[in-house]
Design a protein around this ligand. Structure first.
Ligand SMILES: [Zn+2]
Length: 262
């Protein structure tokens, strides 16, 4: 009985020419099998329909860039689906890294203020913010452990249960197993970073449990072999949560043509 409603509100599909252009520029998309490419196209179409994409300053975004940003943000939603984009409505896009002036009060009630340069930010109940230059840099070197769009979307998924704590909304028993395994891996990683070990994973992951989840998510998409080697239990949870990494089983030397043709 809701067929008419569904038709009326279903987003326009992305046209084939734009999607082909995105496939050339977004190596994660090119590395997916056909079924998951189609799923990503449907999610990106919904994202474009539901989110306002606001370029900052003089920046203008063409259809390919908008679609590329939508598709990159939807990579972590291949298993979760459209419910993973709930709770916020705006993607703000800076041309490059951006400076923010922040103040926050710590646990002792001391106010800290300062300038920070950011490449992305996710507000708990507000916008997602990305630097276009950094999204494109990730696309140019997709196996180096960085993917800012995935990082910020991991924060959005984390916040869906109302709590930014490194554990997304999951069925009960899985959530308990996730919390246990992530906490153990996080504690171990913090010890390594505090010891000044040369860690294979970005030491920023030691900043907090939620940053640990977001950084590990970047490795799931960009260097799944390394993540599995370093943190097998974390890697297994993420492979279940996000589905197999587009680059899983694809050695670094065997890059797709999409990221070698400039
Ligand atoms: Zn973060």
């Amino acid at each position: 009985m809701f067929g008419w409603l569904r038709r009326r509100f279903s987003p326009d599909p992305i046209d084939a020419q734009t999607w082909d252009a995105v496939r050339v520029r977004l190596p994660w998309l090119a590395a997916l099998d056909d079924a998951r490419q189609a799923r990503l196209a449907a999610l990106a179409a919904r994202f474009l329909h539901e989110k306002t994409i606001t370029p900052v300053g003089d920046l203008t975004l063409d259809a390919t860039e908008r679609t590329l940003l939508a598709a990159a943000c939807c990579l972590p939603l291949l298993e979760v689906g459209a419910m993973g984009m709930r709770g916020w409505s705006q993607l703000i896009v800076y041309p490059d890294a951006f400076r923010v002036n922040r103040s926050h009060e710590d646990a002792e009630g001391i106010l800290h203020e300062g300038d920070e340069e950011l490449i992305g930010e996710a507000w708990k109940n507000g916008p997602l913010i990305l630097s276009l230059a950094d999204v494109l840099a990730d696309c140019a070197d997709p196996r180096d452990g960085l993917c800012v769009a995935v990082h910020e979307m991991a924060h959005k998924l984390d916040a869906l249960d109302g709590e930014l704590d490194g554990t997304p909304l999951l069925p009960g028993p899985w959530q308990r197993g996730w919390a246990r395994d992530f906490q153990a891996a996080y504690d171990e990683f913090v010890v390594q970073v505090e010891r000044d070990d040369d860690t294979a994973i970005d030491p920023y992951a030691a900043a907090s449990p939620e940053e640990f989840f977001a950084v590990a998510s970047e490795y799931h998409f960009s260097d799944p072999q390394l993540l599995r080697e370093m943190m097998p239990k974390v890697a297994a949870h993420l492979a279940r949560f996000y589905g197999p990494s587009p680059f899983d089983g694809k050695p670094l030397s065997n890059r797709s043509s999409a990221d070698s043709d400039g």
